[in-house]
Design a protein around this ligand. Structure first.
Ligand SMILES: [Zn+2]
Length: 596
């Protein structure tokens, strides 16, 4: 194999090691602050409640920051070597410390939630909390939905065994399933659900088909259990919404919308436009089918990979040069940033034996330094992953001078910078590609995203929404779930697919996550939003980069509506904004058509 020169990272600039004095000192500091917070608890009930709450809040800021820094360090240490037991132990110990901190802060949380408006304003007046207004205001969103303290305590006591247990049951159930899979050479292999799911991305049509049939078979066997889990989880959530509706009506979407800092009107406007444009995703599907040699896509083709790459493996330095050049076209400082990540060795790209799978970007919050981890093996997909993670890193870099409290963004906005960076690099590659054969795999990635985000994710959202609307006192049978999935599927796909994926409600883990519910619409939002941003690049020319970085800086301190209003000058509940996000997609499809 060719030497790819993929480096390991430097992480010990933060702490010289897991057993270093500097690390021990930080850990002792955190423990001390937690003790101080605990000691303050009783005073929250007395005449000095306000001053005590403020003091606790200031201590919370310090303790969280240091604890997070230590936890990231241990996590990063472990990620490059999953057999590093010391790192594992340190990580587990820090998790315990985090639970202690959370418990110590519970009375403060109650104070913030239950304070009347004037007391809450006084609380925020503390100079060291001037960076925390948005943070606490978000927390207080649920104030009108609170139940008496004893009831809240009862609910959180029952939560683990009474609600989260359903999600655990699904994980254990799907983890224990075994299936006899026949390979293309006729050999039979015992495989689990994870393997069947990963085979949906196989380059062989036959293997994708067998994996899909396997999933249908095993989940049909367990359909009664899956149905019971979904009914119970929705039942619990609907009961909670009803109980919390004592002052104002609470909708089952309120929770997931709030955690994505979005309003109902924004979501409705987005899906109205997406639905009216669903023929675009259908058309993309038909063209992908052509490349795969079919009339229509089959339900097992959603993750079919790009046709064979024609390019040679790229070494890591070459991949970085390419990313720097692509980023430079957006702005030289973005290219410089990528080069700095490389020079300072903040990227771990080496293929190591016990490294964590996948890729991520994380950060050391004390020094405000990002780190990127992945296994770089020279493929074009690796190059895009590297760009994606550097996009995340750039997002944190442009926020590095801001108060930490203002840098936490919701899932809806989390993929803004990463998707943007991917698109920048893909467009750069596309311009460099000479032949249709070179262009095809790059365009495949863009085009296959269209049905994924503008059809498949909306199907999940609408299926889940209709289920919640119908659930009430009605118990959904497996047949009900199948027909609801079929109906929703066909409504969105039209006749662009050979059949509906009827058992998708059982095979898709996302429906079974205890927190949050509706783990779907943020994906469509994030995808369209980053398309909308990329479209501004041409419109704004030289002023684009400041538009872009200012927008990124606001992702942790604004609602989605305020962010769109401020930076795009339009309302997120107007179809116009969402229509604009589709502009580039039409273009990708045309280019694709030209090379297939
Ligand atoms: Zn990402």
């Amino acid at each position: 194999m060719q030497d790819l020169q993929a480096p390991e990272w430097d992480i010990d600039s933060e702490y010289p090691g897991l057993d270093s004095l500097a690390l021990q000192e930080d850990r002792e500091r955190v423990k001390g602050w937690i003790d101080e917070i605990m000691a303050l608890q009783p005073a929250l009930q007395g005449p000095e409640a306000l001053a005590t709450a403020q003091q606790m809040a200031v201590l919370q800021k310090q303790a969280s920051l240091f604890l997070q820094n230590l936890t990231s360090y241990a996590y990063l240490k472990r990620s490059t070597n999953l057999k590093n037991h010391e790192a594992r132990e340190m990580f587990d110990n820090l998790r315990k410390l985090a639970t202690r901190l959370e418990q110590a802060l519970q009375p403060l949380e109650q104070f913030v939630l239950r304070a009347d408006q004037s007391l809450f304003q006084q609380f925020l007046d503390h100079p060291e909390l001037s960076d925390s207004h948005f943070y606490y205001q978000q927390q207080r969103h649920n104030t009108s939905r609170l139940l008496p303290l004893e009831q809240e305590n009862l609910i959180s006591g029952l939560q683990m065994e009474g609600f989260q247990a359903w999600s655990t049951l699904y994980t254990n159930l799907s983890g224990s399933i075994e299936y006899q899979l026949t390979g293309e050479d006729g050999t039979v292999e015992t495989v689990g659900v994870a393997r069947l799911l990963s085979l949906l991305g196989d380059s062989s049509d036959e293997m994708r088909k067998r994996a899909w049939e396997g999933l249908n078979e095993v989940f049909t066997t367990h359909q009664e259990s899956c149905a019971a889990i979904l009914n119970a989880m929705a039942g619990w959530r609907l009961e909670m919404s009803e109980r919390r509706s004592h002052t104002e009506p609470t909708h089952f979407l309120d929770g997931p919308l709030h955690s994505n800092r979005m309003q109902q009107g924004t979501l409705a406007a987005m899906f109205d436009v997406v639905k009216s444009r669903r023929e675009l995703g259908q058309k993309a599907g038909r063209q992908m089918a052509r490349v795969l040699g079919k009339d229509k896509l089959d339900p097992w083709d959603g993750q079919a990979p790009a046709p064979e790459e024609v390019s040679k493996p790229l070494s890591y330095p070459d991949a970085m040069d390419l990313i720097v050049a692509a980023f430079n076209e957006v702005d030289p400082s973005m290219g410089e940033f990528a080069r700095m990540m490389q020079d300072k060795r903040w990227i771990d790209a080496a293929a190591l034996p016990y490294k964590a799978p996948g890729a991520f970007c994380s950060g050391l919050i004390k020094s405000r330094q990002p780190r990127v981890l992945m296994t770089y093996l020279g493929s074009q997909a690796n190059l895009i992953t590297l760009a994606h993670e550097l996009g995340h890193a750039f997002h944190s870099w442009v926020m590095r001078d801001m108060p930490v409290r203002q840098t936490r963004y919701p899932m809806s906005l989390a993929e803004t910078a990463s998707t943007f960076a991917e698109t920048v690099v893909r467009n750069y590659l596309l311009r460099q590609a000479g032949t249709p054969e070179e262009k095809l795999p790059i365009l495949w990635q863009e085009v296959s995203s269209i049905p994924r985000f503008t059809i498949n994710i909306p199907v999940r959202y609408e299926f889940e929404k209709r289920f919640y609307e119908g659930r009430g006192n009605y118990y959904f049978t497996p047949e009900d779930f199948r027909s609801l999935m079929r109906e929703t599927w066909n409504e969105w796909h039209g006749d662009s697919m050979s059949a509906a994926d009827e058992m998708f409600w059982a095979s898709k883990l996302h429906f079974y996550i205890s927190e949050p519910s509706f783990y779907n619409f943020p994906y469509t939002f994030g995808y369209l939003f980053s398309q909308g941003i990329y479209a501004e690049r041409d419109k704004r020319g030289d002023s684009f980069f400041s538009f872009y970085t200012e927008l990124l800086r606001d992702t942790g301190r604004m609602t989605v509506e305020d962010l769109i209003q401020k930076h795009f000058g339009v309302s997120a509940s107007e179809p116009e904004f969402w229509q604009g996000c589709f502009g580039l997609l039409d273009g990708y499809l045309k280019e694709f058509e030209a090379v297939i």
